[in-house]
Design a binder for this molecule. Structure first.
Ligand code: PLP
Length: 323
């Protein structure tokens, strides 16, 4: 018999959701009221893709690159993009304008003023159909977008760096698709949560791939190195940005296979993602990263790339204002 009083004491799941609007299949609706079919293939199979776009003071950062990656992911799933980039942009800007606490301002943002920074989440699934693994043709994709406050790393994480742990990369071999099938990433990320660390840095055999939700960079003798852009890693939007920033700053940059030993003996290790931007890893599996006096502290290449990143944010905002 069911104990109905116990059931009634469980709060509605939607009660914990923020009071913010979202976009679902052509309509703006409060996030807590948005509903999709239980037969949505995103729910049944994780048959969908997503994007996470940072927006600084109402300016979508690297939006063209995010749209290009969305198209690449959709092409892999053989789903036609139902919206053009301008339509995606218009929806994102509308959600930002209506997000709780957002203040319209003509001024540029700076690294210290994050109250107007937002994270746009875009998700498409193949759509609704009776359960069958094969891809049914002609479905109408489910389109969802929401806008959340951006949780940037804390001042302490910036000044001290973060701890990471290593693990085998047990995910699938199509990591280049930004797929909503994320159980491998969920397991990987939980390894670091259980260890009290910020991220899980993963290896395929002897070689570095990436972290659960970030790309990983290794610095040796002043050179920034990352794994090749292949099917074993997600090409973060920061891949291109870090390469550009290195070029402008005269920092050597190379993409190639990086062995476990090279990671363990690196001068610096960095994470990159939409929210982490670039973040120094100062401890790996409990041992300080780096050598000599500099060990366990954020390094000089991190400092230069972080400064360049803040400049890139400012520059894109001012370009958009002029456009
Ligand atoms: C597995 C994985 N790699 C890399 C990244 C970094 O990608 P981006 O720089 O586009 O945020 C992410 C971001 O979520 C990720 O999930």
């Amino acid at each position: 018999m069911t104990d109905s009083s116990a059931l009634h004491s469980v709060p509605e799941a939607s009660d914990s959701l923020p009071d913010a609007p979202c976009y679902l299949n052509g309509e703006y609706t409060p996030l807590k009221d948005a509903k999709i079919s239980v037969m949505d293939r995103g729910f049944i199979f994780g048959d969908g893709v997503y994007e996470v776009v940072p927006a600084y003071a109402g300016h979508l950062f690297r939006f063209t690159e995010h749209m290009a990656r969305l198209d690449r992911s959709l092409a892999e799933l053989r789903i036609a993009n139902p919206l053009g980039a301008d339509q995606w942009r218009a929806i994102a800007l509308q959600l930002i304008a209506n997000s709780p606490g957002y203040q319209r301002s003509s001024g540029l943002n700076d690294a210290q003023t994050t109250a107007n920074d937002r994270l746009i989440y875009i998700q498409l699934s193949r759509g609704v159909a009776m359960r069958d693994h094969a891809m049914p043709p002609g479905l109408k994709p489910t389109v969802f977008m929401m806008c959340n406050p951006m949780k940037l790393p804390s001042a302490q994480q910036r000044s001290d760096g973060v701890a990471c742990v290593t693990a085998a990369d047990f995910r699938w071999e199509k990591a280049h698709i930004k797929s909503t099938s994320l159980l491998g990433a969920v397991f990987a990320r939980q390894i670091s949560v259980d260890a009290g660390a910020a991220e899980t840095i993963m290896f395929r055999g002897n070689y570095l791939s990436e972290a659960a939700a970030s790309n990983v960079w290794v610095v040796k003798n002043g050179k920034v190195m990352g794994p090749p852009k292949d099917r074993l890693v997600l090409e973060g939007i920061r891949y291109g940005l870090i390469e550009q920033m290195c070029q402008s700053a005269g920092i050597a940059f190379e993409l190639r296979r990086i062995s476990r030993d090279e990671v363990l003996t690196a001068d610096e290790i960095l994470l990159s993602s939409a929210t982490k931007e670039v973040l120094p890893v100062t401890s790996l599996d409990g041992r300080p990263v780096g050598n000599g006096e500099a060990a366990g502290k954020p390094g000089p290449v991190y400092a230069r790339l972080y400064a360049a990143y803040q400049q890139a944010k400012q520059k894109e905002q001012s370009h958009e204002r002029l456009a």
